[in-house]
Design a protein around this ligand. Structure first.
Ligand code: A3P
Ligand code: MG
Ligand code: MG
Length: 380
């Protein structure tokens, strides 16, 4: 039942109505004016507890407690004794986002007066992280991706499929790599409090099952988007801007000692950091710079909106407009391909570095990702 659409032959009279079969990711093709990207609006949130159970509330939202400028935080502390790691072999697909939708249909803003029965009134539902990968594609040289898409009641759902390469990398990480993945979460623990008037507890357990996620709606050109993304914390000030304006993204990175390290930081890290926070409208990123032994030696705040200015001195550097135009064209490509409204049909979009985006079509396969409990729910 799986077939590669690139091998398809169709009568010539149909050719002009046929969707393009591939999409180029060459950055030069996307150097156009910046497309419309509406200010993202938070329409809800949810939390995942230490067992990965879903709660339709903000119970896992944490509060940012500003650390000293040169804080001396040991990110290795607790790795062997106070660390509970999420099982990355469990693929949750869009399940948590879908649970949020079932519980909050009335909160989804639709400019159409009444979307047709059962329709959400949005074009795409996905995770922010999937869109981050799409945004950075024109500049990515290392890792490809696979994104599964299905249309259900007029909305296209996009869910990532782990590539073979990513699976092998995940299953063969070195002990050093495994430990360094913990460092980012440990940094969060040092500078986040559970309560608005609380203080961080560096002696507690780091449990990466726990998460707070925002759900936002926005529009990229003529694509109406609803997506969710994990949020690290918010500022404590109760008078701060409404979400997502009060949110803070936390990051760690190797300390910068040479011009070459600074250049690499600008070219690689800041691209990923910008894409991740720009999409949901998170205005600031607090970065902890650490040495080789996992000691945070300095902390710096980046305004997401100023990152594109920061990198302008880099020769031949990445451009936000290329990222957004590629994403716009990718979503148009997906819309032109994903025509059949059937949750059991999956269009699998694949991209590898230095290649075009291609797709294959699969019915009732291992790739089907919209669960029965979602498609059987008849509320509208
Ligand atoms: P750092 O990004 O500070 O290294 P996020 O920053 O997106 O909130 O993710 C929190 C932490 O999860 C990261 O902190 C890192 O430790 C880990 N992490 C997230 N995505 C990862 C990935 N693709 N590979 C390795 N580690 C990852
Ligand atoms: Mg996070
Ligand atoms: Mg973070």
């Amino acid at each position: 039942s799986d077939y590669n659409t690139n091998k398809r032959r169709r009568p010539s009279d149909e050719r002009q109505h046929r969707a393009a079969e591939t999409l180029s990711a060459h950055r030069q093709l996307y150097e156009r004016h910046f497309p419309l990207y509406k200010q993202p609006v938070e329409v809800g949130c949810f939390s995942l507890d230490s067992h990965r159970s879903f709660y339709n509330d903000q119970r896992r939202l944490r509060y940012y407690v500003q650390p000293r400028k040169s804080p001396d935080l040991n990110l290795r502390d607790g790795y062997t004794s106070r660390f509970v790691k999420r099982d990355e072999s469990v693929k949750e697909k869009l399940d948590h986002v879908l649970k949020w939708i079932l519980a909050n249909r009335d909160k989804i803003q639709s400019r159409d007066h009444t979307p047709s029965s059962g329709a959400l009134g949005v074009d795409f539902v996905t995770w922010r992280g999937h869109l981050t990968k799409v945004l950075t594609t024109p500049y990515e040289t290392q890792e490809g991706w696979m994104l599964a898409a299905s249309k259900f009641r007029g909305t296209i759902y996009i869910s990532e499929v782990e590539t073979e390469t990513a699976r092998v990398n995940r299953e063969t990480r070195s002990e050093r790599q495994e430990e360094m993945m913990y460092w980012g979460y440990k940094f969060e623990q040092y500078i986040c409090a559970d309560d608005v008037d609380g203080t961080p507890d560096p002696g507690g357990v780091v449990n990466t099952n726990e998460a707070f996620c925002t759900v936002v709606q926005t529009r990229l050109a003529d694509h109406k988007l609803l997506f969710s993304g994990e949020v690290d914390c918010r500022v404590r000030d109760p008078d701060a801007p409404a979400a997502p304006g009060c949110y803070v993204e936390l990051k760690t990175s190797a300390e910068i000692c040479t011009p070459k390290q600074r250049s690499n930081f600008h070219r690689n890290k800041l691209l990923k950091w910008w894409a991740q926070s720009f999409l949901p409208g998170v205005p600031q990123i607090v970065a902890g710079f650490r040495d080789h032994d996992g000691i945070v030696v300095s902390v710096e705040t980046f305004q997401t909106s100023k990152i594109s200015q920061l990198i302008k001195n880099e020769y031949n550097c990445w451009k936000p407009t290329v990222c957004m135009n590629f994403c716009n064209d990718f979503l148009s490509f997906v819309k032109s391909v994903v025509k059949e409204d059937d949750p059991r049909l999956v269009y699998l979009f694949t991209w590898d570095p230095h290649r075009d985006v291609t797709f294959t079509v699969h019915r009732d396969s291992q790739y089907t990702f919209l669960p029965e409990w979602y498609i059987k729910d008849t509320r509208s």
